[in-house]
Write a protein that binds this ligand. Structure first.
Ligand code: ARG
Length: 572
């Protein structure tokens, strides 16, 4: 695929330039070679602008044209003025290119370009809902996006830890405890439906608080007791948390999401973080403010509270402790927090404090932020929990399947296919947006089989599977490019080859939409290919060679879908 071809080209150029040292600018530039087809000859080529804002390789390029000799891989080199820029072009041998791309395995080792896969230790924290509060669409987006970031790092051979950091701590938990007592909720009731019951208790206590001002005071006291470990309530909390995780895990499973670790804010309560506080104290960065809170001064005007006057912790305090704990445990090269835009200030503050505390790794943490989804609720207007959104998706999807003449599966109740299709639609609808943009959710658009949707990617995948099962042609072991002469084959092979470019760019920019758009473009070319190229009824060698090209396309489509969090279907 393109990354391998690119490496091969790069090695060749390096060899040609052995005597002259490879100029740094050229070295950088060669990382961004793009595979494309020449117009109108249809030759494969790598193209590179001679000059961009980051580099200028005019001299080196002119030199290269003189010394790089064609061989069986690489058929020529030229500098050519094209529409927008002047480009250095490396023409590749068509047959060699097709063979290489069609025969390569997409899922064996990932990209072997050593520049990208450096076996880094990567922590990705995502989803991170709060217990007893709605799992809102921001958490959904974090879940989908975080899963993708973890997947792509896995694919690039990094060592990835997936962490879900659940909010189970803070004054609101005093309210919840109060609500549970006041509603007389039994352990059995809690076990049956923990997420809803905890929420109900929270809402109930808040209502009480509206008319009775002493409620907040009591809630604060209860929480303070919890935090300092007085009273026997802590154990009960642990049970509620276990129920909640059991239920969340079921829903995550439907979404195809898993975690290596569930972390809790309550792991970092006052008595667990004394070391951190001592460190701040010995560094003399902790002061007491007029209200009796312990604060860190980040500048003359900006002080951040770390401990309340009653000794309880704050959200930021627990994040400081969690980051230190994770670094001690994993020595990560990078840690990503996949959390919505609204918490930008929080994460800026977090890294400033870690820096102030003298942790050399404070620059290794990164907030992967994203915009809001608007308008995502069930049609009754009531989606507050992830499970509701998923159930609604299934209902809407099923209605569409019933109406569609292309439906080939049995639509029994709770059909797995329907669930997978609906979830694919939700995921792609989200990941096709630029990460930082807010977007408006629309059920019809998201689930449309004709639009650029997850349903369409599934549909194209099903078509390719069906071709392999029903064309009568047999998949050959080797690619024979001599019978693959049609221009559409060049286009399809090019699309397949560009997978690596899409992956790398998407990874560098933390933008799944780059991969999603690539898959739409691949699907479009596959559909075009299916229209033009017959497999069934063609002479054996031609039919089976064409099938091999479609097979390679299907592998890539499936690989891309899996990275995005989709489970490719064979029939729908
Ligand atoms: N539970 C938080 C919320 O729902 C998000 C947690 C984000 N991660 C973190 N390390 N602070 O707002």
């Amino acid at each position: 695929m393109s990354a391998r071809l690119r490496t091969e080209l790069w090695i060749k150029i390096k060899r040609c330039l052995e005597t002259t040292k490879l100029p740094e600018s050229l070295n950088t530039a060669l990382r961004s070679l793009n595979l494309r087809l020449d117009n109108p000859t249809g030759e494969f080529l790598f193209s590179l602008p001679v000059k961009t804002k980051d580099y200028d390789i005019r001299n080196a390029a002119e030199n290269l044209v003189g010394i790089v000799k064609p061989d069986d891989f690489f058929s020529g080199i030229a500098i050519r003025r094209e529409k927008h820029s002047e480009n250095l072009l490396f023409f590749l041998n068509r047959e060699r290119c097709i063979k290489d791309i069609v025969e390569s395995e997409p899922h064996s080792v990932g990209i072997t370009d050593e520049d990208y896969s450096s076996h880094k230790k990567i922590l990705v924290e995502y989803s991170s809902p709060n217990i007893a509060k709605p799992f809102h669409v921001g958490h959904l987006r974090s879940t989908i996006l975080g899963n993708y970031i973890a997947n792509i790092n896995d694919y690039l051979c990094n060592d990835v830890k997936r962490i879900n950091y659940l909010g189970d701590w803070g004054t609101q938990f005093g309210f919840i405890q109060l609500g549970i007592d006041s509603l007389n909720i039994s352990d059995e009731q809690m076990r049956q439906d923990p997420i809803r019951i905890l929420y109900k208790a929270y809402v109930h206590a808040n209502k009480l608080g509206e008319t009775d001002p002493s409620i907040s005071e009591t809630a604060r006291k209860i929480f303070n007791e919890l935090e300092s470990g007085v009273g026997g309530e802590l154990e009960k909390w642990e049970t509620f948390r276990r129920y909640t995780v059991d239920e969340l895990t079921k829903t995550y499973k439907r979404l195809g999401i898993n975690f290596h670790e569930y972390n809790w804010e309550s792991n970092y309560k006052a008595k667990d973080i004394s070391e951190i506080i001592s460190r701040m104290e010995s560094q003399e960065i902790l002061k007491t403010d007029r209200e009796g809170r312990r604060v860190i001064a980040l500048s003359e005007e900006r002080s951040i509270p770390i401990m309340k006057s009653d000794g309880s912790t704050l959200y930021i305090t627990r994040d400081i402790a969690a980051a230190v704990d994770r670094f001690d445990k994993y020595k990560f090269d990078n840690m990503y927090y996949v959390v919505d835009n609204a918490q930008t200030d929080h994460f800026v503050t977090l890294s400033q404090i870690l820096d102030k505390m003298g942790f050399p790794w404070s620059n290794k943490i990164k907030h992967i932020k994203f915009g809001r989804i608007r308008g995502m609720s069930t049609r009754k207007g009531s989606a507050i929990f992830l499970k509701d959104i998923m159930d609604e998706t299934q209902v809407v999807m099923k209605e569409k399947q019933i109406k569609s003449p292309n439906t080939k599966v049995e639509l029994d109740c709770g059909s797995e296919t329907t669930d997978i299709l609906g979830i694919s639609a939700i995921i792609i609808n989200d990941l096709k947006q630029r990460r930082l943009r807010d977007y408006v959710f629309d059920w019809d658009k998201a689930l449309d089989v004709k639009g650029d949707t997850g349903v369409k990617l599934q549909y194209v995948h099903c078509r390719l599977t069906s071709l392999e099962e029903n064309s009568g042609a047999k998949l050959p072991e080797k690619c024979d490019p001599s019978v693959l002469n049609e221009p559409i084959i060049g286009q399809l092979v090019l699309e397949i080859g560009k997978f690596d470019e899409a992956i790398l760019r998407s990874h560098q920019e933390f933008e799944p939409c780059i991969l999603v758009n690539y898959l739409f473009s691949l699907s479009h070319t596959i559909n075009k290919g299916l229209k033009i190229l017959r497999v069934k009824g063609e002479p054996t060698d031609i039919g089976s060679q064409r099938l091999l090209v479609f097979h390679a396309a299907r592998n890539i489509l499936a690989q891309g879908m899996k990275l995005l969090g989709l489970q490719p279907l064979n029939k729908m």
